[in-house]
Design a protein around this ligand. Structure first.
Ligand SMILES: C[S@@+](CC[C@H](N)C(=O)[O-])C[C@H]1O[C@@H](n2cnc3c(N)ncnc32)[C@H](O)[C@@H]1O
Length: 206
């Protein structure tokens, strides 16, 4: 059987069920596929958080944590208290093997609420999860629910979804209504091997 090209499959997802099943399959080779492409977003997002808050006792939720590459980048900068949540049990199982997350749980960010208290986290990271057939921009409301007032949210996404425009539209609405302040938006490498660039967006809840 031909090897599935997961980078292509990730663009044709039509439902939460399809997304979950695809990531359950991809979980077996995800780290291998991404390390070949030298996936840059986890490190870029961890550094963006570090630029805002250096306190390593920060309580962080890594939304759509996948196999844990995004959590690992946070851990490598010294952050100690990281929870993770994801739609795919296959991905969560791999993340669990890393032993870096304090708590891992299933979630569907497109069908809130997730299993987390309001105003609980100092920071939320969402790395490579806002995308076609993945987490939709409306889910920023749920990220804002679980993060504390003045808490930090870091979103890393590729050019394709950034240029589609719905996420920036959502963020601009939230900024206009003074629910958030957009601190920084930085363009840079996403997956260099695939010639894919992306954005890291830093915002704070008001
Ligand atoms: C490209 S991976 C990124 C994983 C990790 N953050 C990283 O940077 O390697 C996207 C992740 O988003 C998760 N995901 C997709 N849709 C989701 C949803 N509606 N709710 C929660 N997680 C979702 C997938 O299961 C997958 O693990």
């Amino acid at each position: 059987m031909a090897k599935e090209n997961f980078f292509e499959s990730a663009y044709s997802l039509k439902s939460a069920e399809e997304t979950r099943e695809m990531y359950d399959r991809w979980s077996q080779v995800y780290d291998q596929d991404l390390s070949k492409g030298e996936y840059q977003q986890p490190v870029r997002c961890a550094e963006a958080l570090h630029a805002q808050v250096q306190n390593k006792a920060l309580n962080i939720l890594d939304v759509g944590c996948g196999t844990g590459l995004s959590g690992l980048a946070l851990k490598e900068l010294g952050y100690q208290h990281i929870d993770g949540c994801d739609l795919s049990e296959g991905m969560l199982d791999k993340a669990d093997n890393l032993n870096i997350y304090k708590r891992l749980f299933s979630c569907n960010l497109n069908a809130p609420p997730i299993d987390a208290k309001s105003n609980h986290y100092d920071a939320v990271t969402a790395v490579g999860v806002f995308s076609f057939g993945h987490i939709m921009p409306q889910a920023v409301d749920e990220l804002l629910r679980v993060v504390k007032p003045k808490g930090t949210i870091i979103i890393g996404l590729n050019d394709h979804f950034y240029n589609e425009g719905s996420l920036t539209k959502k963020l601009n609405i939230l900024e206009t209504s003074k629910e958030i302040v957009i601190i920084n938006q930085e363009h840079g490498e996403h997956i260099p091997e695939n010639n894919l660039m992306g954005w890291v967006i830093t915002l704070k809840k008001s």
